[in-house]
Design a protein. Structure first.
Lengths: 161, 161
DNA sequence: TCAATGTATATGATTTTTCATATAAATTGG
DNA sequence: CCAATTTATATGAAAAATCATATACATTGA
């Protein structure tokens, strides 16, 4: 078969790689009863506790209204907590709980091991190149992570219906 | 802010790049009234007419049952046709129609222009490296595209309810 | 100060996607 | 040749995701 357009089309190549390896890891997660969405939210909050909901949505690459719903589920499971901001009472910052941290910490180790197995397909220089090129491509996106200015007044914890 | 795990995690980097640039292009498509799913199916059938349904599903990275439904919609729009295979009457090969080709051809040009704009963010050597690395990573996936052995007996065209 | 405008999150209806399984045909081993 | 198994696609119910919009608060400028 002659080479197809698709196989040399960057957006397809990126989608294929992302899909293949993410699904591979998601299978491992599902085997432990963790949904991909839960993992994405928790790992981001672990990295950056107190993120505002809209920032979190940008980071996890999900729609805002979806993140609202996912976060509310995680609140119900006591894995995260919502706090309204003092400065701007429309904003909600999300914190991972200790239970959430306990859940996600071993998964990070698993993610690192899985990542290593993916990178093992490449020469050391290609490994470096790939990550650095992807960082270049991401440069504009990852700018403005908005995090709650440390405000730990317990009275701001938000009650959920 | 210290560097986060996420920002150096290959699966996230891939997802971010894929998401960012795909969404960028999908906006262009939507402006022309074409859904991402329709584009994906049509471009693959354009590249490789007569693909069997299950192969097509693997290529477009969608679930089999979803592809069944999407293809049925495209059949209703006369953009593709289904044919049952002689050799194996369970199998369905999908062909793009002339109308489908007319729809997709200009979009390919648009995709090429968009791809060029993405690659422009990189040095020429990084452009080459990125594509070649992604090809290495894809190597195992894109093996067995199954295509109908040229069988153009009109009697095999499948009626749809 | 206050109306107008803008922004952050929530909500409900709708659409999309998945999951489990049915159906139909092919293959395999006795 | 036939039962058992496997494979390809279809289908309907269930779950997830999106869309449009509501609500509540903040900001701007007259």
């Amino acid at each position: 078969m002659p080479e197809k357009f698709i196989d040399n089309y960057l957006l397809f190549q990126l989608a294929l790689a992302s899909h293949t390896f993410s699904e591979e890891f998601y299978q491992q997660l599902r085997a432990k009863g963790v949904s991909p969405a839960k993992w994405r939210i928790l790992i981001n909050l672990f990295d950056c506790p107190g993120m505002y909901l809209t920032s979190l949505a940008k980071y996890v690459l999900y729609e805002q209204s979806r993140v609202t719903k996912l976060v509310d589920q995680l609140v119900a499971e006591k894995l995260v907590e919502k706090q309204t901001s003092h400065q701007d009472r429309r904003r909600v910052s999300i914190h991972i709980t200790e239970a959430g941290t306990k859940l996600v910490a071993p998964l990070i180790e698993q993610a690192k091991a899985h990542e290593a197995s993916v990178l093992a397909k490449l020469s050391p220089s290609d490994q470096k190149n790939l990550k650095s090129i992807l960082k270049t491509l991401a440069s504009r996106h990852i700018k403005d992570t908005q995090v709650a200015e440390l405000e730990f007044d317990e009275s701001t914890k938000k009650k959920q219906g």
